[in-house]
Design a protein around this ligand. Sequence first.
Ligand code: 4GS
Length: 257
Amino acid sequence: MIVDILTLFPEMFVPITTSSILKRAVTRGILEVSLTNIRDFAYCKHRVVDDYPFGGGAGMVMKPEPILLAVESVIARARARGVVNTRVILMSPAGSTYKQDTAARLSQSEHLVFVCGHYEGVDERVSQLVVDEEISIGDYVLTGGELPAMVVVDSVARLLPGVLGSYESSVDESFAANLLEYPQYTRPRECRGVTVPDILLSGNHKEIAKWRRGQSLQRTLARRSDLLSQPLSKIDEELLRRANKDSMISQNPGKEG
Ligand code: 4GS
């Protein structure tokens, strides 16, 4: 996958491609991240990229022409390499909220172009002329679209075939889609008097999988019931009942606990 990032602050992206899993994706040739400074396409006297808003008001607005030229430039470069399909994405709080299914959809593209706005916003004609979709990473206001673009690139890249090792595999996640993760434990078995649930030490993989699903269901119901859109299956209802029973016992250990 080719990812082009258009920004006034390309240096912000250096850490994401030079560490951990994304670095591996790049060295394996699965992901290519290319940074373009929008200012390089500002052909006016002092390379100005922003201007006062028509109609007045606070802050500055990013001028359309440098962004349009930058988008056209990276698309032309990709076309010359045989890329036929590009999606141009504008990171904006006004976009549709980013979700894991958005990541899955974007991971199917061969070329993504991210436009990162700074200042108060981006001239609306950029959206009208070249943007395919606007994406928001959540209901809060940042100083620029750079961090949101990094969030999207990170979450899309880890879904590309060959990026994750079998240990980190994202296959498990699709089964547990729309559920919160079950609790994880590692050594030691006891930490400051708090022990790891016995089932995880049992070696019974079938029972462990059932316990984990019960835990996921219980957590999701307690913390994010908005994620449970459909009624639970009979099996899930039973696993949830067992999880609830287990937590009653651990809260008030009688002769069973
Ligand atoms: C977001 C967000 C954002 C909005 C960019 C104010 C600078 C800033 N972009 N998801 N102007 N949340 N953008 O806050 O995507």
